[in-house]
Design a protein around this ligand. Structure first.
Ligand code: ZN
Length: 299
């Protein structure tokens, strides 16, 4: 039996235990109360590592046999254990998180391989594992403050799908990275607040439903941008299932997205794609972080 621990950082931290690539038991959470404000961005790296270590100790003691791997999913660009960029957790930028956590655990007498992964990749791995389709291509868009793209099976690369260019309009400059015309500059939560200084994103979508022309036009642009990005990945890696999740996935109208993708993908071998909304769920990412650690230990 393989045993692993998955840990995920978003606006909170969750951790869970895997046996034979299935989640067992309940998830641990920091902060414990979901109603508490997001304080993770102000916690120093050494304290984050201490939180991870405490979770690992608590979860490892629940099993008889030692743990084979620990996977930690982080929102950002992650390569070979280094968090190269993490716009929402800036203290992690440039940190060799794999070494930091390995050292922190060793100090507690725990010597287990640690794997750091991108959070969207972890969701893709989790979806593939939950659905028993680990041998197939699975792609996930996460729609929140930033826009994330994840894929399983793991392929080394940057895969910053939220920053692919979906428009040549120089006025589209709201992306958190500063680049023009990016998907996130249209779809990201922060970007929408910058565009509609007088309305919250929820009000924009509500007004669109009530027929407001300016909001309706934007909601259509929002869907066309996601369709363009999805169509680009269909043209690069082929059709197949796409999953959409994240805190703002409630804004997504699948029929409208499908209509726009169909207008962009006309080659008949590419039209067998499917689209599905996944309600945001910590379990999928925790499972995926553990599966990535077990199956791709050196990514
Ligand atoms: Zn960008």
């Amino acid at each position: 039996m393989t045993k692993a621990i998955g840990i995920v950082i978003t606006d909170h931290i969750v951790a869970g235990r895997l046996e034979d690539e299935k989640l067992v038991g309940t998830l641990l959470r920091y902060p414990k109360d979901p109603g508490e404000p997001n304080i993770l961005s102000s916690i120093p790296v050494c304290d984050l590592v201490a939180i991870f270590s405490n979770f690992v100790i608590a979860l490892a003691q629940k099993g008889q046999a030692p743990v084979d791997a620990i996977g930690i999913a982080v929102p950002g660009i992650v390569r070979h254990g280094v968090v190269e960029d993490a716009p929402n957790l800036t203290q992690l930028k440039g940190i060799h998180l794999k070494d930091e956590v390995t050292r922190g655990l060793a100090a507690q007498g725990i010597n287990v391989p640690v794997r750091i992964a991108n959070d969207a990749d972890s969701i893709a791995a989790g979806v593939a594992a939950f659905r028993g389709r680990l041998e197939k291509l699975t792609r996930v868009w996460t729609i929140g403050n930033g826009i994330g793209y994840g894929r399983w099976p793991y392929v080394e690369g940057i895969w910053e799908g939220g920053h692919i260019t979906v428009t040549l309009d120089p006025k589209e400059r709201y992306c958190g990275c500063g680049g023009q015309g990016h998907l996130e500059s249209i779809m990201g939560h922060r970007a929408m607040r910058l565009r509609f200084l007088d309305l919250e994103p929820e009000e924009v979508f509500e007004n669109a439903r009530n027929g407001d022309p300016r909001c309706r036009e934007f909601v259509d642009l929002w869907h066309r941008a996601l369709a363009a990005a999805t169509a680009s990945f269909i043209h690069l890696a082929g059709p197949g299932p796409f999953y959409y999740t994240g805190i703002n996935v409630g804004f997504l109208e699948l029929p409208l997205l499908r209509t726009h993708i169909e207008s962009m993908v006309k080659l008949s071998p590419l039209q067998s794609f499917s689209l599905e909304i996944l309600p945001p769920d910590d379990k999928t990412a925790v499972l995926g972080a553990g599966v990535l650690a077990l199956q791709v230990p050196n990514g």
